[in-house]
Design a protein around this ligand. Structure first.
Ligand code: PLP
Length: 406
């Protein structure tokens, strides 16, 4: 029987774990254990030594940049086709965003363009693996090593994706993940930094945890010795930090989701496959190219739409047809970050005027990203029932046939 609605998200231990948090004494990671357990299990899943939980996949990026020593006036390279958060985190660190262009087939960073944008001020590269597809990690690692700069993986959209048989998260100095509402693993809002480096794990934990001096790479509890901690003479803070901690409620839900992550990822991959099959005979819908040595875990299915040129049907018209036949909303890709008003109109410059005095971005900076961005359609893969996905893919096939007959 075909389901008409997507099944609920909490099909595992979410409710049971939440209740246990409510019944416990500590609802914060500073005294609790759910966050710590989630961190340990997440690190184990990736085969890494450390994982530090955060309240978003943006606070992770900010903390990672700070931990990598990025500061006022330094430059951070990120792709021109991604969400605003990579730019925002860079500016939060008072650094200058530098945009590299993308490969129009994979939508990910073009390493050759990355190399061109490196200057004496470059301190880090944020490698976003878009829509679930790994970046060309070998090429980016080579560049990072050659220029002695940090490589930060932004895997918000690419949980369990693989590059040459190896899980994403295991390549860069640090890897960032997001557990926001739409992600493979979700607890409403949340994030994680995973790393093999004790130095970075401790640094990001302190940066995200008010700079408490007794925080260590392994765990986020701060009141380790009550007699010492409760003394009026105790000095607590030795670095400047933010409060980026993940609450125990979120960790409990995320832990339950992590227990089912293979299944959750598999559902998205199988859903994407159905949509790719539905468009296999169509010459104006071109799915993101997944190289043979990569596993794409399809946070969403990104497709280049050429229907206006080939069939005289606009992006908006095609979307409307799909929805009116019973399809789910198709999303466009976010504007290239530097053409968003906050960046294009320099609305960030006042926060650090001496750094941003001469920083300006203009149309034409990354031509491939600017050309592809308005053509992208993101098809939903977040189906928790494959019959439902099949029904939606059939709707797409029907619309394609209609448009092709024009
Ligand atoms: C590629 C990418 N980076 C960073 C983020 C930021 O994550 P969050 O929404 O958890 O702050 C997102 C989430 O939307 C994302 O897709």
């Amino acid at each position: 029987m075909t389901t008409l609605v997507n099944p609920i998200k909490y099909l595992g231990n979410e409710l049971e774990y939440l209740k246990k948090v409510l019944e416990g004494e500590s609802w914060s990671a500073t005294g609790g254990s759910w966050t710590n357990t989630f961190e340990r299990e997440f690190a184990k899943k990736l085969g890494l030594k450390y994982a530090v939980a955060f309240n978003s996949g943006t606070s992770t990026l900010h903390a990672a940049l700070e931990a990598a020593g990025v500061g006022p006036g330094d430059e951070v390279i990120s792709p021109a086709l991604t969400v605003i958060m990579d730019t925002a985190a860079t500016i939060h660190a008072n650094a200058v965003p530098v945009y590299a262009d993308i490969d129009p087939e994979t939508f990910n960073l073009d390493p050759k363009d990355v190399e061109k944008r490196i200057t004496g001020k470059t301190k880090a590269i944020i490698a976003v693996s878009l829509y679930g597809l790994p970046c060309d990690m070998d090429a980016l690692l080579k560049i990072a090593k050659k220029h002695n700069i940090a490589l930060i993986e932004d895997n918000a959209q690419s949980v369990l994706a693989k590059y040459k048989g190896r899980l994403l998260g295991t390549f860069g100095d640090m890897a960032s993940f997001s557990f926001e509402n739409t992600k493979h693993i979700s607890c409403g809002e949340g994030g994680m930094i995973a790393t093999n480096s004790e130095k970075y794990a401790e640094a990001v934990r302190k940066i995200g945890g008010h700079g408490f001096k007794n925080l260590r790479a392994e765990e986020g509890r701060v009141r380790l010795n009550q007699d010492v901690f409760q003394s009026p003479h105790y000095k607590r803070h030795d670095v400047l930090g933010w409060n980026y901690r993940l609450a125990e409620f979120n960790s409990a839900v995320a832990l339950a989701q992590l227990e089912r992550v293979d299944e959750l990822v598999d559902l998205r991959m199988k859903s994407a496959e159905m949509f790719i099959n539905a468009m296999s005979q169509c010459d104006y819908l071109i799915p993101q190219k997944t190289p043979g040595d990569c596993v794409n875990t399809y946070y969403t299915l990104g497709v280049v739409y050429n229907g206006l040129e080939k069939k005289g049907v606009s992006w908006e018209e095609f979307r409307k047809m799909y929805i009116s036949e019973g399809g789910d909303g198709v999303y466009g890709a976010w504007s290239v970050p530097y053409l968003e008003p906050v960046i294009a109109e320099r609305r960030f410059a006042g926060r650090c005027p001496w750094v941003y005095k001469n920083v300006r971005y203009e149309k034409g900076l990354c031509p491939q990203a600017e050309r592809i961005q308005p053509k992208i359609m993101q098809f939903k893969t977040n189906y928790r029932d494959l019959d439902l996905a099949k029904r939606k893919a059939a709707v797409l096939e029907k619309v394609i046939k209609k448009v092709s007959a024009k």
